[in-house]
Design a protein around this ligand. Structure first.
Ligand SMILES: Nc1ncnc2c1ncn2[C@@H]1O[C@H](COP(=O)(O)OP(=O)(O)O[C@H]2O[C@H](CO)[C@@H](O)[C@H](O)[C@H]2O)[C@@H](O)[C@H]1O
Length: 783
């Protein structure tokens, strides 16, 4: 594969990026459903039902409406035709008025709480120009003044969930699509006129209680309330690709209730915001009316299996989405005997390249997230080499994984209840799971199955695409007319089969892991042959900078810093804690114990992407400095050998740890002063984020996510977070690192400022999860 050199990141390029983005945003989206503002009818439900009473136009009114009308001067309930009310009658009316006022008050409280929540979310969000444009668009989409009753107020039975119920729905037994949208974020909540609005709407016939009728063409059809919305499809017309459709939804049982309780407690504990508590002590979900079922599918997931940043993201983004109130699952292959997941006893069989392969499912519920592991003989014994084997073996594993993953919401009950395919969005990651959006479309949606399920494909690294000979198409079990989606020609690979290409076309939305990388992907240097497809699909692409797991990667709680002389530390104890970790690291690696020497670290895959060759070229200069260098990595054999050689040649200054050690990665991040990341390209990069959270100063090539997250230090106004260099050249690396070393030695106050600013950032997933949610909502309403 061609290596890409440094990219032309000029101001003009940045401006071009914005133009492209805005242009794309303003394009109309065919069939894009825009939910309208609607009112919360929750209060009307609490009155119970008795007999049918009709209004002037003959419409049947609920008893709640009847009482309201009676209270407001109507003549439906209680009056029974008496023109002159008796004393008792008056008393009863007063009592009723009091009740209604109490209910009104309660509703207003709920509205205030919701308003507070929405504005607190907004205030806590630093919206970039791109984000602002899309938030604006979302606001518009959610703020039509019309009352639209059929689309987003009620479920299919015509019942209207209250705020409280909406929050319960996420964990409730039928887990139906919570498409009720009384006040979507961004819309003005209904105000004091709500009774009048409802009454008038009902009276004037603007509002109709939803029926089970067929939705009008072109409108959004709310998901069914069954756990599996495709149940209604008869199995005798099942397409050959589909394993089987479950016929019954699994009933609520005790286990599920426990699960609900646990989940709700979790939600409350994590939010910890008493302002948002509703009366019964449960907070409404941060996602509000947008709560949905989300299934993230990835080839790796920390802490069970991780070879790089994808594992970190799969292990932490779902928890942040769950904290927002979504029901979230992660599906990952079971490569080893993990302790937490329990066997579910469910077995299914999928055809892969002409052979039936049986899979079983293991499941665990941790930190508010369902983790489902797919077990099959092809995944076993790969724990130390999950991407191992020949190209065909890998392809078959991914075909099996994607086929099984799509049907997990049908077959695997979590907490007793399957997710179902209504109100569901899959998040696929990188080429390994890029077949999932294609299968979702070709096997299911093209056959009227999983009608309400959508997919988002996340690009963590476009350099790996699942390329193969064109004939590989016949191994992935798709209708022939899908072949063109996979066929790609480029000067490097010639005409070939490309899984990422097809996934990008089939997904409802595409995300990549930084704004910088979103721009680079559209260039011929950064798109690795897929730039044309990415440009064509720019309208559905969004850059979202990764967050970090602030518990796992926190100097305060890091479990790898509790022994061997290391220590946990915080912003307050930085000046004592970090030197202690530095000394412990020097001791562990048998380097000279010196507090004053700057220690430089590198952690990462040893390949062309990470710019290890630039470090190699800079070694002679570095060894002329009074520094220590610690490198941790695995990958290309020649680069591994190079690391060993550095250590042998410079025993007093260099350690080259060849291997994959999570513990050492944590300890190096805490113990070194400077983290070097000369990546030739870097979609986001997590190590620089971890480094900053530990008061370690990054020196990076300003590319992709590194450019987004590390602002150059400015000594004149003491701002910035580290050092950046603008092209992947050894001399530029040396220049940046030289300035960094000078500051470390001569300007202690500036150094401390850099460390503190790094540590004070909010690098958590919470902000990113909120933006992911916007993408999921957009996907959900993509028709
Ligand atoms: N030898 C070793 N021992 C222990 N731990 C090691 C290690 N080598 C690497 N790691 C760990 O693996 C992770 C690597 O994450 P990165 O984001 O830097 O890179 P990666 O290129 O794998 O991910 C891709 O996906 C992520 C997630 O989106 C993007 O940030 C990134 O730019 C993109 O290339 C870190 O947690 C790091 O500590």
């Amino acid at each position: 594969m061609a290596s890409i050199g440094s990219l032309p990141f000029t101001i003009e390029a940045k401006a071009a990026e914005r133009c492209v983005f805005f242009h794309a945003k303003s394009q109309p989206r065919p069939g894009f459903f825009r939910p309208r503002r609607s009112l919360n009818f929750a209060a009307l439900r609490g009155f119970g039902t008795s007999r049918n009473v009709e209004d002037e136009s003959g419409r049947v009114l609920s008893s709640g409406q009847r009482r309201l009308r009676a209270t407001l001067g109507g003549s439906v309930e209680g009056g029974d035709g008496d023109d002159v009310p008796s004393e008792d009658g008056l008393q009863a009316t007063i009592e009723k008025s009091k009740k209604v006022l109490a209910m009104q008050r309660e509703l207003l409280n709920q509205i205030t709480a919701r308003r507070k929540l929405v504005s607190s979310i907004r205030n806590s969000t630093t919206v970039s120009a791109e984000d602002e444009s899309s938030v604006g668009e979302k606001d518009k989409a959610f703020s039509s003044p019309e009352v639209d009753s059929t689309s987003d107020v009620s479920d299919r039975n015509g019942s209207v969930p209250s705020l409280e119920e909406q929050s319960k729905n996420i964990f409730s037994s039928d887990r139906r699509a919570s498409n009720a949208s009384s006040e979507a974020p961004g819309s003005e909540p209904a105000t004091i006129n709500w009774i009048h609005d409802i009454d008038e709407a009902v009276h004037e016939g603007k509002f109709e209680f939803p029926s089970h009728g067929t939705p009008s063409p072109g409108r959004y059809e709310p998901p069914t309330e069954d756990a599996t919305s495709s149940d209604s499809v008869k199995t005798d017309i099942l397409p050959p690709f589909v394993s089987s459709i479950p016929e019954i939804s699994i009933p609520k049982d005790e286990k599920e209730e426990e699960y609900s309780k646990e989940a709700t407690t979790q939600l409350g504990a994590d939010n910890g915001d008493s302002d948002t508590m509703v009366e019964d002590g449960k907070p409404p979900p941060l996602a509000g009316a947008n709560v949905m079922n989300v299934i993230l599918v990835a080839a790796e997931c920390a802490p069970w299996i991780k070879t790089g940043g994808l594992g970190d993201v799969a292990g932490s983004l779902p928890k942040a989405l769950a904290r927002r109130g979504h029901r979230v699952m992660v599906v990952v292959p079971r490569y080893g005997n993990y302790t937490e997941p329990q066997e579910t006893g469910i077995r299914k069989s999928y055809r892969v390249d002409g052979q039936d392969i049986e899979v079983t499912y293991f499941q665990a519920y941790i930190d508010g997230v369902d983790f489902v592991f797919i077990d099959a003989h092809v995944f076993r014994h790969l724990e130390n080499n999950i991407y191992g084997g020949n190209q065909l073996d890998i392809l078959k594993r991914m075909v099996l994984f994607c086929k099984a993953a799509v049907e997990v919401p049908w077959h695997v009950p979590c907490g007793g209840v399957c997710y179902g395919d209504g109100n569901l969005v899959f998040i696929a990651n990188d080429w390994h799971t890029a077949l999932l959006p294609v299968y979702l479309k070709a096997h299911y949606r093209d056959n009227s199955l999983m009608k309400f399920t959508r997919s988002v494909l996340v690009i963590h690294n476009i350099a790996h695409q699942g390329r193969g000979p064109v004939d590989d198409f016949f191994r992935v079990d798709l209708p022939e007319h899908y072949m063109d989606h996979f066929k790609l020609y480029d000067p490097v690979g010639g005409e070939h089969f490309n899984i990422f290409a097809a996934g990008l076309k089939a997904a409802d939305r595409i995300v990549t892991v930084s704004h910088g990388y979103a721009w680079e992907l559209k260039t011929s240097e950064g798109g690795w042959g897929l730039h044309n497809i990415i440009n064509e699909n720019d309208w559905k692409l969004r850059g979202i900078v990764n967050g970090i797991d602030t518990r796992e990667w926190s100097p305060e709680f890091d479990i790898h810093l509790t022994s061997d002389g290391y220590t946990n530390y915080t912003l307050e104890t930085l000046q004592t804690g970090k030197p202690k970790c530095k000394a412990a690291l020097q001791k562990e690696l048998e380097l000279p114990l010196r507090e004053d020497v700057p220690v430089i670290g590198f952690i990462g895959r040893l390949d062309n992407q990470k710019g290890v060759d630039l470090i190699a070229e800079a070694i002679p200069w570095m060894m002329g400095q009074d520094v220590q260098l610690i490198m941790l990595g695995t990958g290309r054999a020649d680069l591994e050998q190079m690391l060993r050689q550095f250590e042998t040649q410079h025993r007093d200054k260099v350690r080259g740890w060849v291997g994959f050690s999570v513990k050492m990665a944590h300890r190096i991040t805490a113990g070194v002063d400077i983290l070097l990341m000369p990546s030739r390209f870097e979609p986001c990069g997590l190590n620089q984020l971890y480094a900053m959270n530990y008061g370690t100063v990054p020196v990076v090539h300003a590319v992709g996510g590194l450019r987004d997250t590390v602002q150059q230090f400015n000594p004149f106004n003491e701002s910035g977070l580290g050092w950046t260099f603008d092209s992947a050249e050894t001399q530029k690396l040396i220049h940046a690192l030289g300035n960094c070393l000078l500051t470390y030695r001569e300007y202690k106050k500036s150094w401390e400022g850099l460390q503190r600013r790094g540590m004070m950032q909010d690098l958590s997933w919470d902000h990113a999860a909120q933006i992911y949610e916007e993408v999921l909502v957009a996907a959900k309403y993509q028709w």
